[in-house]
Write a protein that binds this ligand. Structure first.
Ligand SMILES: Nc1ncnc2c1ncn2[C@@H]1O[C@H](COP(=O)(O)OP(=O)(O)OP(=O)(O)O)[C@@H](O)[C@H]1O
Length: 237
């Protein structure tokens, strides 16, 4: 039986428009993601990888928009979604783990508070149950003393620890697709391998579909089932 893609990006173009200025930033980008696979999107800095990831979840910066093509999630074109529909998509289906761990966590707010806020969007259960879920998730990403992590501020944690907290937070949303945009850029080799190993583990254990975005093809290719190359705004096949 032929499998259908969970996500199908078809010939998308993203344009930057501001007053008289108009510039095509990426053009004719097409690729597919099948359920349960880990696909790497690589290409040099400036190729447009982050723009693609933002377009997928409706988080393009002001002035940027998808001007051609379709992005089909479970067969439905999401290019025309409004903000409310994208919020729903991000909460229920597609989580974006963004570049540099501190961007994803407020440095001076307790980890527990931030994680609770995220998980509450998805699971309406008691505070006690939620806290237990958080402890389990932190355990899953390798924290031996998750209680201590919950009571920490992100600025007190190392880059690798923050990235693992962020991963636990994203997993709490139980997404179908996890988009990890340069998840290991700021990390040393040991932490890089640890984060990528965890992503691989969750791909297998939860059947998670992962889009792994990185300019460093060498560090991710052994983890990916397939590699897609982007070059100056397009996809090289
Ligand atoms: N908000 C924006 N407005 C206008 N142009 C932008 C904006 N953000 C990015 N660009 C342009 O889009 C192109 C692609 O940028 P993008 O950040 O997607 O590259 P990238 O492949 O993710 O690079 P990196 O690996 O460095 O993150 C670049 O030429 C950049 O200058």
């Amino acid at each position: 039986m032929e499998r259908s893609p969970l996500l199908k990006v078809e010939h998308i173009e993203v344009t930057y428009k501001q007053r008289q200025q108009r510039k095509v930033i990426i053009q004719d980008v097409s690729f597919e993601l099948y359920p349960g696979e880990m696909v790497a999107l690589t290409g040099k800095s400036g190729a447009g990888k982050s723009i693609v990831s933002h377009a997928l979840v409706g988080l393009l910066d002001k002035g940027l928009s998808v001007t051609k093509g379709q992005i089909l999630f479970e067969g439905k074109d999401i290019v025309t979604f409004d903000e409310k529909q994208f919020e729903h998509l991000r909460r229920e289906h597609m989580a974006l783990m963004i570049q540099h761990s501190l961007n994803g966590l407020a440095p001076a707010r307790l980890v527990k508070k931030q994680m609770l806020e995220t998980i509450r969007q998805r699971r309406p259960c008691s505070k006690k149950e939620l806290e237990q879920l958080l402890l389990n998730l932190l355990n899953d990403v390798g924290f031996k003393e998750p209680e201590q992590i919950l009571e920490s501020y992100p600025f007190e944690l190392s880059g690798g620890m923050r990235q693992r907290v962020l991963l636990a937070m994203m997993l709490s949303l139980q997404p179908k697709i996890l988009i990890a945009d340069e998840p290991t850029t700021a990390l040393d080799l040991v932490n890089r391998e640890r984060i990528l190993g965890l992503l691989k583990q969750f791909q297998h254990r939860l059947g998670l579909t992962v889009l792994l975005i990185s300019h460093d093809e060498n560090s991710i290719k052994k983890y990916a089932d397939r590699v897609i190359h982007m070059d100056e705004g397009g996809v090289l096949l």
